[in-house]
Write a protein of this length. Structure first.
Ligand SMILES: *Cc1c(COP(=O)(O)O)cnc(C)c1O
Length: 463
């Protein structure tokens, strides 16, 4: 199968335990070339299964926002629906109808004014959903400018320096100038402060993040909108908002129902979310909904045939899995508002419990508490010590816990924070084990870095 294995470096060769290979099958494979011959499906399965086993334990991964658990019936549905292609509305009209129902449920949850006159879609995740929201803003701006006989050169988008990387991609891929409002100690989120210095007649929109990835903090959509009202009054420039609710748009409606952030705010043009984050579905599904049909230019919409009729679609991808959309519908039916509230509130309770316990450890100070989305971060209090949060992340990783440390964006990049994302599955019991691990490792690092007195007995730092 691998003709001159001996000639290859070890790194290029995948060796197979002879126990798994059938008689006559190769026990070495090229790692980076398509194998010449076939192999038994059991052997192939075993190879992929074993390699995938080396991935981390998702239960202990407190870095990701993405769902890592669904119940048995969801697994069953997933297996049944694995072959469905979302784009093929003719072949899978029932899945298409369910997609339609899902985004309409979200439109309703986000207080769209006129449910019969709006548009939305599923996507592969928030990244695609944000791109579509941003593209609609850009196209609206272009069409408005063209109609007024004005230049459509040099569009810009105003956003916090703490945005998720998708917005950097959006600006790069679609030739839009990114105007980052710096993150500072006093303004950790985009809150409208000095917004007039960034917005001008070339601004296609402002991004508000509901649940910043760095800290979990919400950007105050209503306050940003009020500032844009002032700007419009002073300059005549009318700028709309896209809410990047990747996490928060599936938490705030249930756990902070009094917060005004969605289509209730007139300037909100569109809202996106990740079905695979707090929408509680496996990757990858996202959603985007527009305020009304006028908020999403007709020129971005394609019309496909659907049961002999016409189905408007807009997306960057063509083919993509339909199963996740069915799983989203399953969760909507299974959980309802009550279930989503219970699940998210349980995560917020664990997050705030963890953050208050971490706040009690002398080296730490909280940056956020986890009472928005169940995500919080902390930093080291200034002082003499020979270790930092990267060391703590390493120590925790040795015990299986993934708790990343990273610098804050641009102006604050000297500030390193460490973050925990609580998802369904991080129970109070597991949280207790995590706290024990954090306390022990902090203790270890403090003792390790303290000067050892000459006559001190030798200490064995194992647990
Ligand atoms: C995760 C995230 C994204 C990207 O979402 P994907 O679903 O991973 O594509 C965008 N914005 C924010 C605020 C996020 O948290």
């Amino acid at each position: 199968m691998y003709r001159d294995a001996a000639a290859r470096s070890d790194a290029a060769v995948l060796t197979i335990n002879p126990v798994f290979a059938r008689p006559g099958e190769a026990t070495a494979l090229p790692r980076f070339e398509l194998p010449e011959a076939m192999m038994a499906s059991d052997t192939a399965y075993q190879i992929v299964h074993d390699e995938a086993m080396l991935d981390g334990n998702s239960r202990l991964n407190l870095a990701t926002f993405v769902s890592t658990w669904m119940d048995d019936n969801a697994q069953r549905l997933y297996a049944e629906a694995a072959d469905k292609n979302m784009i093929d509305k003719d072949e899978y009209p029932a899945t298409a109808a369910i997609e339609d129902r899902c985004w309409r449920m979200l439109a309703d949850l986000w207080h769209v004014r006129d449910p019969d006159n709006t548009i939305g879609t599923s996507t592969i995740g928030s990244s695609e959903a944000c791109m579509l929201g941003g593209l609609a803003l850009k196209r609206l701006w272009q069409e408005r400018r063209r109609a007024a006989g004005q230049s459509t050169e040099t569009p810009n988008l105003v956003l916090s320096a703490g945005v998720q990387v998708v917005w950097e991609k959006f600006c790069n891929y679609w030739d839009v100038e990114a105007r980052y409002v710096p993150v500072t100690e006093d303004h950790l989120v985009l809150d409208g402060h000095e917004l007039e210095q960034y917005v001008d007649e070339h601004t296609i929109g402002v991004v508000a993040i509901l649940g910043q990835t760095y800290t979990g903090l919400y950007e105050p959509v209503q306050q940003i909108a009020a500032k844009l009202d002032e700007i419009q009054e002073a300059t005549g420039v009318d700028v709309k908002i896209h809410v990047d609710g990747a996490s928060g748009a599936m938490v705030a409606p249930f756990c902070q129902p009094d917060l005004t952030w969605d289509f209730a705010v007139d300037r909100v043009n569109s809202i996106s979310t990740s079905g695979h984050k707090y929408g509680l579905v496996y990757p990858g599904v996202g959603w985007v909904v527009w305020r009304d049909r006028a908020a999403c230019p007709e020129s971005l919409i394609f019309h496909v045939s659907y049961l002999g009729g016409d189905m408007p679609t807009l997306a960057l991808n063509f083919s993509r899995p339909g199963a996740q959309v069915l799983l989203q519908y399953y969760q909507f039916l299974r959980l309802g508002r009550e279930g989503y509230r219970a699940v998210q509130q349980a995560s917020i309770d664990v997050a705030t419990y963890l953050s208050s316990a971490i706040a009690e450890l002398p080296p730490f100070e909280l940056v956020s508490t986890g009472d928005t989305i169940p995500v919080f971060a902390w930093k080291l209090v200034p002082g003499e010590r020979n270790w930092d949060l990267y060391d703590l992340a390493d120590r925790l990783r040795m015990r299986g816990w993934l708790v990343p440390a990273y610098p804050m964006p641009d102006a604050l990049s000297d500030l390193v924070v460490q973050r925990i994302v609580v998802r369904m599955g991080l129970s109070r019991d597991l949280a207790e084990l995590l706290l024990t691990a954090i306390r022990e490792e902090v203790d270890f690092l403090e003792r390790l870095s303290a000067p050892i007195p000459r006559d001190a007995p030798r200490t064995n730092f194992t647990h």
